[in-house]
Design a protein around this ligand. Structure first.
Ligand code: TEU
Length: 627
């Protein structure tokens, strides 16, 4: 029976897990004030009234989508007990490697697996406990490996299976762990299954994907792709189309087919038998799609990106498939999983990661990567004070009971340093501040290569220097309606290539990344590993100290976080456990201000300024051990 209708009160909706995330998301995406939630009039409003007020865009599709989501979860697990179990992945520092840009040993201009092995000591010294490798499987590289052709082979561009085995052994010898990136929402169109599905419509593989018929040039529904244009690939001159939410070479798998799921589990088992320690599951929340693939709502599409998203970002069978996969393959190997889940908030996140529900261990949420009401491809300065709002909400609703993933950078986004401080005026201070929060907040830190060196965005000067399919597709779409210069500016503001340029190893040509011609522009701005390793005031040295501090602290790993009431630009919190207590004080602004008057006293362990003064300086952070 449906719990919610259009006459339900917002208050009741907000007290259900999915409802809370939906309403918070609306507030965030529409840039509304969180104060609404304290307003009794607003909370007494009927759901139908709210949806009608959301810009008059709330047509039937919108109401159906919202009600469908709200009623998808009858089980109220907001009150589940906190997860107190000790686990290696709660204690670890993870480090994401984008192999193509990490380190090249054979001079072809592309990073490779021996390059990762060569840098294991560097990573160990930094304090890294576990590596996450972006895809290295055999692939046509349409989306840099997120389009897999053969899940059991290594792409020759990265090396051989022997290279991989050496890497895994080297990781384990050093007491570290390795997780693979697993892309199982879609395969490459060059994968054997898809090739057979196309060449023989009677083949069993036809149903491994979402094939639909539609005459002419009109695709079977109105869904848009994450990478511009329609989410469908037309098969030759037939009336057959296949669903592809990302590029035209990334074909969505049909998870409703049990045989397909079994084949996917076989692949996972194969890697686990090899000894990998777990997986980062690419867009794993997108695997279940609404039956019949109905049209998407325009307004939701504009708000959350691409049209159709409400039919798969939290699909009807998502929980069933995750539970099945966990019991079939992850549990028998005690493997770790972290799901990439665009669009999932803290409450739905609990439903996906609560240990009693046996689905995933952790997930990545993205709500802190843009300011409320802003989108990825928008040119604006990120006000770091929002991090306080974000962590306060996140820790209150999720972080004190479950294990959050803590990250700022990855291979899909421009660098956080540049979003906050585009001119680089506070580069070192800010890099240290962000790191300090990441290592002292409650959760597991994930560094992305180069973050520990203070990597910033790259000054690409024209579209020919860009490599990423998302940027190139967007550019081609935009130049239909605006000048090339305007289109380039938009692309530049959200381009994934910013974070995909090579790591700076030293001051030599191409920053020591390759002896050949690099596949993408390299940046040599002096922020390299060699010079920072010998400078005790460098960002790298600061990150090493942070890693050591966290590693040796029960309070920083398992202790509660309490966020203190302070003026807006100051973010202050404590972490405590069994007599060990820390006070962390951050100025999230490029303006100095006075320190909080009430603050615990203790020993200053780490700061990005040499000594403490009465005022809190620009982007200052202090980590204090309370005595
Ligand atoms: O990303 C999924 C995702 O939703 C976005 O981050 C997306 O890449 C894009 O930036 C939207 O603006 C994952 C991978 O991390 C990404 O590299 C892949 O391109 C994508 O899935 C498809 O596999």
């Amino acid at each position: 029976m449906n719990r919610f209708t259009l006459t339900s009160k917002i208050r009741d909706v907000y007290n259900s897990p999915v409802g809370r995330d939906v309403i918070d998301k609306l507030i965030l995406q529409l840039g509304l004030s969180e104060k609404l939630l304290k307003n009794p009039l607003a909370m007494n409003m009927k759901l139908g009234t709210l949806s009608a007020r959301v810009g008059g865009n709330a047509d039937e599709g919108f109401n159906d989508a919202i009600l469908g989501l709200l009623n998808s979860e009858q089980n109220d697990c907001l009150k589940e007990p906190p997860d107190t179990e000790r686990k290696w992945w709660k204690e670890s520092l993870f480090y994401q490697i984008y192999p193509r840009s990490f380190y090249d040993t054979d001079g072809d201009g592309i990073g490779d697996i021996p390059g990762i092995t060569a840098k294991l000591d560097y990573l160990k010294e930094l304090g890294v406990d576990a590596l996450w490798l972006s895809p290295i499987y055999d692939s046509p590289q349409d989306d840099n490996g997120y389009d897999i052709r053969d899940y059991r082979a290594i792409d020759p561009v990265f090396g051989t299976m022997e290279d991989f085995d050496n890497l895994l052994a080297g990781v384990h010898e050093r007491g570290m762990r390795l997780i693979m990136d697993l892309v199982i929402n879609h395969t490459s169109d060059e994968h054997e299954w898809f090739k057979q599905a196309v060449s023989d419509p009677e083949s069993k593989y036809r149903d491994y994907y979402h094939f639909r018929k539609s005459e002419g040039e009109e695709p079977p529904n109105n869904w848009k792709s994450f990478f511009s244009g329609q989410a469908w690939k037309k098969i030759g001159d037939s009336d057959d189309w296949a669903l592809c939410l990302f590029s035209k070479k990334q074909m969505d798998l049909n998870w409703d087919n049990p045989e397909m799921r079994r084949d996917v589990y076989e692949i996972i088992r194969w890697w686990l038998e090899k000894g990998v320690d777990g997986f980062r599951l690419d867009v794993i929340n997108l695997i279940s799609k609404t039956d019949g693939l109905p049209n998407g709502n325009d307004f939701i599409g504009k708000m959350m990106g691409p049209r159709g998203i409400e039919h798969y970002f939290y699909g009807p069978k998502l929980h069933d498939y995750l539970q099945e996969m966990r019991s079939e393959v992850f549990e028998p190997f005690d493997a770790f999983t972290v799901g990439e889940m665009p669009g999932i908030g803290p409450e739905t996140g609990k439903l996906l990661t609560s240990p009693t529900r046996r689905e995933l261990d952790m997930f990545f949420s993205f709500d802190h990567l843009e300011l409320p009401g802003k989108a990825k491809f928008e040119d604006y300065i990120y006000d770091a004070a929002f991090l306080k709002t974000y962590y306060t909400r996140w820790m209150r609703n999720y972080g004190n009971a479950y294990q959050s993933s803590l990250f700022y950078d990855n291979h899909d986004n421009p660098r956080m340093l540049s979003k906050i401080d585009p001119d680089g005026k506070y580069r070192d201070k800010l890099a240290m501040l962000l790191g300090a929060i990441q290592f002292t907040m409650r959760g597991t830190p994930f560094l992305y290569q180069g973050q520990e060196l203070g990597a910033v965005n790259t000054a690409f000067s024209n579209i020919d220097e860009m490599r990423d399919i998302e940027s190139l597709n967007l550019y081609n779409e935009l130049i239909e309606k605006m000048s090339e210069a305007e289109a380039f500016k938009i692309v530049l503001s959200g381009a994934r290539d910013h974070a995909r340029v090579p790591v700076q190893w030293d001051g030599s040509k191409h920053s020591g990344f390759t002896t050949g011609e690099p596949w993408i522009k390299t940046l040599s701005d002096g922020y390299d590993a060699e010079s920072q390793a010998v400078d005790e005031n460098s960002i790298l040295s600061f990150y090493k100290q942070l890693a050591q501090l966290r590693k040796n602290s029960e309070a920083l790993i398992y202790g509660e976080v309490e966020i203190l009431r302070t003026k807006e630009q100051i973010f202050a919190y404590t972490r405590k456990s069994k007599g060990e207590e820390y006070y962390i004080e951050c100025n999230l602004s490029p303006n100095a201000c006075s320190r909080p008057s009430k603050r615990p006293s203790g020993k200053l362990l780490l700061s990005n300024y040499p000594e403490q003064s009465k005022t809190m300086r620009e982007f200052e952070v202090c980590i204090i051990e309370i005595e």
